[in-house]
Design a protein around this ligand. Structure first.
Ligand SMILES: Nc1ncnc2c1ncn2[C@@H]1O[C@H](COP(=O)(O)OP(=O)(O)OP(=O)(O)O)[C@@H](O)[C@H]1O
Length: 593
């Protein structure tokens, strides 16, 4: 998929595809048993409710003329009993179906979440988070009701219709045809608006997705928004998106309202026609008052399931629009995965070899071209160079967050594309500039990469990276609860916690991408000891703009022009008086002035 933004609608062109619905049956099949029981309960309840007009007809035509008070009491009690039984059955059914609905939500959401966890970075690079969230939360909620209650109700309403037809034909054939006469008109209405209805729902889903994406982006960026006083501008964008959503909704509803509108009118016309035809035909043999009363009751009941079915059809069309999006996410290929027959990477020494590696995020736009280098186990390598040169890209490739476009990449001589991802990443430690903190305690956060680590191990790791002191200063120490993204912590504190997390995981290859950029110079000096500890015996790649942090590295590689422009030790590169020399001198001058 091309890059998507909050104000770009997702593709609408896929034709209505019943296969989405058939695929959803996988989730429904799991709920077969409770759904069948709920269906039977509903059928029973509907059947009981249908007997009421028959009883009324009998009361009007037989019991009242006979002035039989005892029978009247008996029939009234029976009508009352049918209502009570119907209500009890409906309550049981509704409880069962709530559970079925929740189970379906649970299953679809779990599948989506599992898949999202495996999708490569590229997937997340290409679309706003809000558009992903709305699928997992809102769309799944919407389809679950249709898949559970919707299907049962659909079958029930058809049965209901059939039963009503049988009952009404049993009472009076001629008047039954009067009731059916409205059907062709209704069919014409439905066929005319069908396509527009589907488009309408797809449009609504797109606009709400856009709105959600912008909302999510605005909340994430609220600090920057307030800093640059962009609130008013953002309100404008939000209002525009909200207006688009409202217009899409109103446009769709204008079409959808045609259905209940035509059903209501047809039902009224048909009932009037029954009275008219019935009264014209009234006579001892033709039709009684009881028959006319019962038939007008059936006329109202006959059109109700038709209205319900058309509403359900509407929800089905809507659900298919959502299912399209849900299955599209589930079908998103996991492009970074183990090849069939991929081998487990044995415990590594840490040698990293790039052999003519070419890489592009977007086809045809190479970020790296024919890059070759070899890093020996235990060596520390610094990647320096101008912004956007490709330093982060190089380390992302080592962790195989992206597949390379050309060439080969080896770890200890094992081709990266031939080994199991998990065995690779479990031997790597990566620390990014934006150290992500999960909601939970500080202890949980440090333990993130090694769940079986003891408390002592966690504390030892924190001490090594100079995090222990500030953690203990919190009222609850290591058990302090932090929010998602760690907004309770300073950027430097987050980086130190992240350091401890990485150290605890004991990786063979360590990647530090601007990992110390937010730590003050004094703490960094303190941390240096811990850092040396962390680097000892591991292959490490360190990206840093502050060159003082990397000058002791075994090798410094200057990344530029889609490759490595210069490579050597700090002293060698200074002696060369090339780009590194220039950069270093500029930073030195800056520090002095
Ligand atoms: N996910 C992505 N999709 C497309 N292009 C990307 C993506 N990430 C980075 N790029 C592009 O790739 C190039 C290299 O980016 P990279 O992040 O590797 O640079 P860097 O040297 O680490 O920069 P910095 O020093 O600013 O962190 C940049 O031109 C950037 O625009």
């Amino acid at each position: 998929m091309a890059r998507n933004k909050f104000d770009i609608d997702e593709n609408l062109e896929s034709p209505f595809n019943i296969k989405h619905f058939r695929r959803a049956l996988v989730y429904i099949r799991k709920q077969q048993k409770p759904m069948i029981i709920a269906f039977l309960l509903s059928a029973l309840s509907a059947g009981i409710a249908l007997s009421a007009p028959l009883i009324i007809q009998h009361i009007v035509d037989v019991t009242i003329p006979a002035k039989d008070k005892t029978a009247l009491l008996g029939w009234s009690a029976l009508i009352f009993a049918t209502i009570i039984v119907s209500v009890i059955l409906a309550t049981i059914r509704s409880r069962m179906m709530t559970r079925v609905g929740q189970d379906i939500i649970y299953d679809i959401r779990t599948d989506l979440f599992k898949h999202l966890q495996e999708l490569p970075f590229q997937y997340y690079d290409d679309r706003p988070q809000g558009k992903i969230l709305i699928r997992v939360v809102n769309y799944v909620n919407s389809v679950s009701d249709v898949l559970s209650n919707g299907i049962i109700n659909f079958v029930l309403e058809i049965l209901n219709l059939l039963f009503i037809a049988i009952f009404m034909f049993a009472v009076d054939v001629r008047l039954s045809f009067v009731i059916l006469a409205g059907l062709p008109v209704f069919a014409v209405v439905i066929l005319t608006i069908k396509k527009k209805q589907r488009r309408g729902w797809q449009n609504i889903s797109n606009k709400s997705s856009n709105l959600n994406a912008y909302l999510q982006e605005s909340i994430s960026g609220i600090r920057v928004t307030q800093l640059f006083t962009r609130e008013q501008h953002n309100e404008g964008t939000f209002t525009r998106l909200a207006t688009n959503y409202r217009s899409a909704w109103m446009k769709s509803m204008r079409i959808n309202f045609l259905v209940p509108f035509s059903v209501d009118n047809l039902s009224t016309i048909v009932t009037a026609a029954i009275y008219f035809v019935g009264l014209l035909a009234i006579g001892p043999k033709e039709a009684t008052f009881g028959v006319i009363l019962a038939m007008s009751g059936y006329a109202a009941r006959f059109w109700q399931p038709i209205l319900n079915i058309s509403n359900l059809y509407n929800s089905f069309v809507n659900a298919v629009a959502y299912l399209e999006r849900i299955f599209e996410t589930l079908d998103e290929p996991v492009t970074i995965s183990d090849k069939p027959g991929a081998r487990e990477l044995p415990p590594i020494q840490g040698r990293v070899t790039f052999d003519n590696v070419t890489f592009a995020y977007d086809p045809g736009v190479n970020i790296l071209e024919k890059l070759s280098f070899d890093v020996k186990p235990g060596q520390s390598v610094a990647l320096v160079g101008p912004t956007g040169a490709g330093k982060t890209t190089v380390v992302n490739l080592i962790s195989r967050f992206y597949n390379i476009t050309g060439g080969k990449l080896f770890i200890d001589g094992h081709d990266l594309s031939e080994i199991q991802l998990k065995s690779l990443r479990s031997q790597m430690g990566i620390m990014l500039q934006d150290s992500f903190i999960f909601s939970g305690t500080i202890m949980d956060n440090i333990r993130y990469g090694k769940l079986d680590a003891t408390e002592e191990e966690v504390i030892a790791a924190a001490k090594t990276v100079c995090a222990d002191e500030f953690i203990r200063e919190f009222e609850n120490g290591y058990m302090t609860e932090v929010n998602e993204r760690g907004s309770k912590l300073s950027q430097g504190q987050r980086q130190l916690i992240s350091f401890a997390r990485t150290l605890l995981a004991n990786p063979r290859i360590l990647i530090l991408d601007e990992a110390t950029s937010s730590i003050d110079a004094q703490t960094e000096r303190l941390l240096q000891k811990g850092l040396n500890e962390l680097l000892k015996g591991r292959t490490s790649f360190i990206i840093a703009h502050r060159l003082s942090t990397v000058k002791n590295c075994d090798r410094i590689m200057y990344v530029s022009d889609k490759g490595i422009a210069e490579s050597g030790s700090h002293d060698e590169l200074l002696a060369k008086r090339g780009r590194y020399y220039k950069l270093y001198s500029a930073q030195k001058m800056e520090a002095i002035s």
